[in-house]
Design a protein around this ligand. Structure first.
Ligand SMILES: O=C(O)CC1=NCN=C1
Ligand SMILES: [Zn+2]
Length: 418
C-alpha cells in the first residue's frame, strides 16, 4: 500500500546520469503522458503510466488529470540571508546610474551590509523563513544560500549560522556558500589583498562548524580582479571547499576562463563571457549558472550567450540570483520565461537547467533535480497542461501543490511549511 498516488496529465522526468547534462543532452527531456508517480515513506516508489499503475493502491490518490507533475525546482544561486532592502536605489537605476557606480558610492552591497550588520540574528532568521516560504510556493525544494553581507568575521558567521538554522527547520534543503569576498568594506578600502586574507582566515571555523560547502567571490571591476579571485579560490579549494565565482557579470574581465582553468564547480552570470570562455566551458566540468533576471533587472540589452554555450557543449543551469539589489525576486518560474525569451533556450533545456543541472551546480545532483525511484519525493504539481506552458505564460505562479520528502507542504494557495 503506497502513501500517495498522483495521476497527472504529463510527468517531467529529467534524467541524471551521474553528472550534469551538457550540449545536445540538454535538449533531451523524458515526458510521460498520462503519467503517475507513487510515494511511500517520503520516497518515490513508482513512476510510470496510468495503465502500469492500474493495480497500485494508496492511502491518498490524487486525480491531477490535465496537470503537469515535475521534480521540485532547484535554485542554485541566491543571496537569501540579508537585512533590509534597496527599493530606494530604483530611482537611481531609472536615472541610469550604473550598478558599479552605486556600489562605488557606498550603496548597493554596502547598503545591505549595513542593514545585515544591524539586524538581530532572530530577525534575520525570521526574514529568511519568510523568503523561503515564498520560494516553496513557487515550487523550489532545494536551493543555495550565500553569505556576503557581513564583510567581517562576526556578521559573515551570523549569516552562515542563520542559513544552517534555516536548513534545519524549513522544508527546503539549503546548501550554503561563503561569499565573504563580495565587496571591499570601508575599513579595508584600497587593501583588497589584506581583506581577502581576513576572509580566508574564516575558512577553518566555517569548515569546523559545517557552515558552508562552497566559497564564492565577486570578480568584477572595482571589486576583485581575476588574479585576486584565482588566488583566493585556489586557497579555498585547498581548504576543501567547492568553489564558485560571480564572473563576467558586468565587465568582461575573463573570470569565465579562470573558473574553467581552476575547476570551479560553477561560474555564474557570464553575461560578458568571451568566445574563449564559451569554448572552455564546453570542454570543462564547470557548470554555467545563468541569471537572466539580473540582466533584466539591471536594464541591460545583452544577455549571457546561452545558445553559444550549449552549442559548445557546456552544461547550463538557471537561477533567480535572489538578492535585494540586482535581482529581488524568488520567482524561478519567471526566470524560466526569461530563459526562453532572452536566452533563446528550448523548453527542454530550461527544464533541465532548473532541475538536474541546477542540482549538480550545488553538489546535489545525486539527490535532487530528477525523478527516480528511490529518490526523496520532492514534487510539484502545476496548473498547466504541459511542460512547454510555464516558460510561455510568464509572471504568475503556476504551482498547485508541492511535496517535500513526500509530505504535502504547499496546497492550493496555502503552505504548511512550519
Ligand atoms: O547587489 C547585490 O546585493 C548582489 C550582487 N552581488 C554581485 N552582483 C549582485
Ligand atoms: Zn549573485
Amino acid at each position: 500500500m503506497l502513501d500517495t498516488l498522483i495521476f497527472a496529465g504529463q510527468v517531467v522526468v529529467p534524467k541524471s546520469n551521474g553528472e550534469a547534462l551538457r550540449g545536445t543532452q540538454m535538449n533531451e527531456l523524458c515526458i510521460i503522458d498520462d503519467g503517475v508517480v507513487g510515494i511511500k515513506d517520503g520516497v518515490i516508489a513508482f513512476i510510470g503510466t496510468a495503465e502500469e499503475a492500474a493495480s497500485l493502491k494508496a492511502k491518498d490518490t490524487i486525480d491531477a488529470a490535465g496537470k503537469l507533475l515535475s521534480p521540485g525546482l532547484v535554485d542554485p544561486h541566491t543571496h537569501l540571508v540579508f537585512g533590509g532592502s534597496r527599493e530606494h536605489e530604483l530611482a537611481l537605476k531609472q536615472q541610469g546610474v550604473p550598478y558599479l557606480e552605486i556600489l562605488a558610492q557606498g550603496g548597493g552591497i554596502h547598503s545591505t551590509v549595513k542593514a545585515t550588520r544591524e539586524i538581530a540574528e532572530d530577525a534575520l532568521y525570521k526574514k529568511g523563513m519568510f523568503h523561503l516560504n515564498r520560494c516553496l510556493t513557487y515550487g523550489v525544494t532545494t536551493m543555495e544560500a550565500k553569505s556576503g553581507y557581513g564583510l567581517d568575521k562576526e556578521i559573515e558567521l551570523k549569516q552562515l549560522r542563520v542559513a544552517k538554522q534555516l536548513n534545519e527547520t524549513h522544508p527546503i534543503d539549503l546548501v550554503s556558500t561563503f561569499l565573504g569576498a563580495h565587496a571591499i568594506p570601508e575599513n579595508y578600502k584600497g587593501r583588497p589583498d589584506a581583506f581577502l586574507e581576513e576572509m580566508l582566515s574564516l575558512l577553518s571555523v566555517i569548515s569546523k562548524e559545517g557552515l558552508a560547502e562552497f566559497v564564492d567571490i565577486f570578480c568584477e571591476t572595482g571589486v576583485f580582479t581575476v588574479e585576486q579571485s584565482k588566488a583566493f579560490l585556489q586557497k579555498a579549494k585547498t581548504a576543501g571547499f567547492g568553489v564558485k565565482i560571480h564572473a563576467d557579470e558586468i565587465d568582461p574581465l575573463g573570470g569565465t576562463e579562470m573558473a574553467c582553468e581552476i575547476g570551479a564547480v560553477s561560474a555564474d552570470h557570464l553575461v560578458g563571457a568571451s568566445k574563449e570562455g564559451v569554448r572552455m566551458l564546453g570542454e570543462s566540468d564547470t557548470i554555467a549558472v545563468l541569471l537572466p533576471g539580473t540582466t533584466f533587472y539591471l536594464g541591460k540589452d545583452h544577455f549571457a550567450p546561452a545558445r553559444d554555450m550549449i552549442s559548445s557543449g557546456a552544461a547550463v543551469a538557471l537561477s533567480t540570483d535572489f538578492n535585494p539589489g540586482s535581482s529581488p525576486t524568488e520567482n524561478l518560474q519567471f526566470i524560466m520565461s526569461l530563459a526562453a525569451l532572452k536566452l533563446k533556450m528550448t523548453p527542454e533545456e530550461i527544464w533541465n537547467a532548473v532541475t538536474v543541472n541546477a542540482a549538480y551546480a550545488i553538489g546535489r545532483g545525486h539527490v535532487a533535480g530528477s525523478l527516480e525511484v528511490g529518490r526523496k519525493a520532492d514534487l510539484v504539481l502545476w496548473d498547466v497542461p504541459n511542460y512547454k506552458y510555464i516558460p510561455y505564460h510568464y509572471g504568475v505562479n503556476h504551482v498547485n501543490k508541492v511535496w517535500k520528502n513526500g509530505k504535502l507542504v504547499v496546497g492550493k494557495g496555502d503552505i504548511h511549511a512550519n
